[in-house]
Design a protein around this ligand. Structure first.
Ligand SMILES: Cc1ncc(COP(=O)(O)O)c(C=O)c1O
Length: 374
């Protein structure tokens, strides 16, 4: 019997086999035109159908209000780290960047090139090393800033700031949010944000595209004249995101993913499944004597579950043996080390069950010092 393998990669990441079957159909004979989806012109009627389905489907599943535009770009979320300041911020504009981890820090560092970016620490570490979020009143927000940037789910650390956490930010500020590793995993009240953006390669599809959901009145003449046209929000809006040739295949894959979400009951239902998977994994960690997760329960990510043991040597063994057991890409990020299981929408409950079974087995072997195992 073929052994089941599960891919816990942080992105590009696992795609449900059900969706993969449809992707393969598109590889071969797209909509019975006799050509692969990869060979279809982005100006063709077939591709226009994809564009409409992608835009409409995303509007539907995320309940995007009428006064928001949905744009697609190349360049990943990192591209947006530059495009957003180039479009929106004056060079001397004070912008608050909330720092909750690796990715929000990168956004801030890029922002420094184009505006007067301020780093606002929102993390607190307690005496027993538990990482948590400071209450908003303790955030050092400037009374001169109009924009606040934050990352909803820190993929590297496995920390998620709840959408409600930003409710106490003064209402006159425009919130810009990186949802790269959490978009489509739970409902988002888009109206709370000026911009929600995300790379495709986790919950939205395959690498190659970034979605930007932006309140229409924020699209104006860019603040920086030197902005490349390809990053200019007004140019992309005028050209329906087809200013140059887009990553056509990645757009196509995302239409299939959105179909799959709708078929599975929409984002609210997907959120329930995600919660169940995350609970199973976190409960296993909390009940064990070997595994440690240092994120305050309230802020634990539903998408990226990080854990480690007391020693890097044991972590290494864990990764080595998990791979041999068909549980792939569990090595933690190079900065944080330890382990990380990315359990995006496509990861089935059985995949997480297989992981927790392995974790229990590994722990048992460790405590009973099975020489052949270590
Ligand atoms: C939260 C977050 N923001 C930004 C990025 C960078 O995305 P990209 O590689 O598409 O530029 C990542 C990548 O993993 C991410 O997880």
């Amino acid at each position: 019997m073929k052994r089941k393998m599960y891919n816990f990669s942080a992105g590009p990441s696992y795609i449900s086999r059900e969706i993969m079957k449809d992707i393969c159909l598109g590889l071969d004979d797209s909509k019975r035109s006799g050509f692969s989806m990869m060979e279809i012109s982005h100006r063709s009627n077939i591709f226009m159908e994809i564009v409409h389905e992608l835009q409409g489907g995303l509007r539907n599943v995320l309940d995007i209000p009428e006064n928001y535009e949905v744009l697609f770009f190349h360049g990943g979320a990192r591209g947006m780290f530059s495009a957003i300041p180039l479009n929106l911020f004056q060079r001397n504009e004070i912008v608050d960047y909330l720092i909750g981890g690796y990715w929000s820090n990168y956004a801030y560092r890029e922002g420094l090139k184009y505006c007067s970016a301020r780093s606002v620490e929102i993390i607190k570490e307690s005496r027993n090393d538990i990482v948590s979020l400071l209450p908003v009143k303790k955030w050092d927000l400037s009374n001169k800033s109009k924009y606040v940037h934050y990352c909803h789910n820190e993929t590297v650390e496995g920390l998620r700031a709840h959408i409600e956490d930003i409710d106490d930010i003064p209402k006159d500020k425009v919130i810009i949010a990186d949802f790269s590793s959490s978009i489509l995993s739970e409902p988002i009240d888009i109206s709370k944000f000026g911009i929600v953006y995300a790379s495709f390669q986790k919950n939205m599809g395959i690498a190659g595209t970034t979605v930007v959901i932006i309140r229409s009145n924020l699209i104006e003449k860019p603040r920086h004249d030197s902005i490349p046209s390809i990053l200019d929000f007004s140019v992309q809006l005028k050209n329906s995101s087809l200013y140059n040739t887009p990553s056509t295949f990645s757009w196509y894959v995302s239409t299939l993913i959105i179909r799959w979400i709708r078929k599975n009951g929409g984002v609210r239902k997907i959120e329930q499944m995600n919660r169940k998977k995350a609970e199973l994994l976190y409960n296993t960690i909390d009940q064990s004597q070997l595994y440690i997760n240092s994120i305050d329960m309230k802020y634990r990510s539903m998408m990226n579950v990080t854990f480690r043991t007391k020693s890097t040597k044991i972590d290494e063994k864990f990764v080595e043996f998990s791979e041999k057991s068909g549980l792939l890409f569990l090595r933690g990020h190079r900065e944080t080390k330890g382990m990380r299981a990315s359990i995006y929408n496509s990861m089935p409950y059985e995949g997480v069950k297989a992981l927790v079974d392995f974790m229990k087995y590994f722990e048992h072997q460790y405590f009973f010092k099975d020489i052949s195992f270590f």
